[in-house]
Design a binder for this molecule. Sequence first.
Ligand code: AP5
Length: 214
Amino acid sequence: MNLVFLGPPGAGKGTQAKRLSQERGFVHISTGDILRDAVSRGTPLGKKAKEYIDSGELVPDDLMIALIEEVLPEGRGVIFDGFPRTIPQADALDRLLEGKRQEIRWAILFDLDDEELIERLTGRRTCPSCGEVYHMTFKPPKKDEICDKCGSALIQRDDDREEVVKRRLEVYRRQTSPLIDYYDSKNKLIRLDAGRSIDEVYTDLLRFVDEEGH
Ligand code: AP5
């Protein structure tokens, strides 16, 4: 079963996708993580993407579609986290999957209001070594600003500064939110109240996935 995790920046898509893929064997494809890795390694893709990411804009569709084509695995359920983000990306994903006799089964919309999104993003800290994600209030590390898993110093993502966060929210409303109707019109949209605790959201998600049969 292939799932799209849809929703504004900071709604908790990555947090839930990581846990669900570990516990239920999905392949987790996070385009944000792939792009950040490309930026830190200075690859040609990373060089092209950096300016867009830092300013809160979307990386152009042709680059993103080529990237997804490259990483799409054979024969395993995927959680697409952060892709698609525009209608052309969604159309391209449908075509790519069709070519593999697969489809998107559900798009899960993580619903949350702007005020809470800003709090979640500005409090987020990430481990640059192992990728673990924390929140200084909602999911704090045991030792101040140090990763529980690997001991590295945590960092704040450049695009989590408040002025960039506001731009990312605008970009989401304008370019990504039309995907809500896109999946709804195909009867594939599930709305999830993302304003609850990490465990409450996860319990709901897990129940849904297990009922659907992965
Ligand atoms: P990307 O990395 O995909 O960022 P995003 O979609 O903006 O999502 P985030 O990672 O910010 O948030 P999230 O929903 O995963 O929240 P998280 O779980 O971390 O993209 C970054 C950039 O890359 C884009 O701006 C764009 O430039 C480019 N890009 C990527 N994909 C692209 C595409 N397809 N097309 C074009 N460009 C693309 O949680 C947030 C915080 O809240 C954490 O601190 C977490 O601990 C905490 N938290 C999570 N859940 C809860 C909860 N229930 N209660 C309390 N706290 C919680």
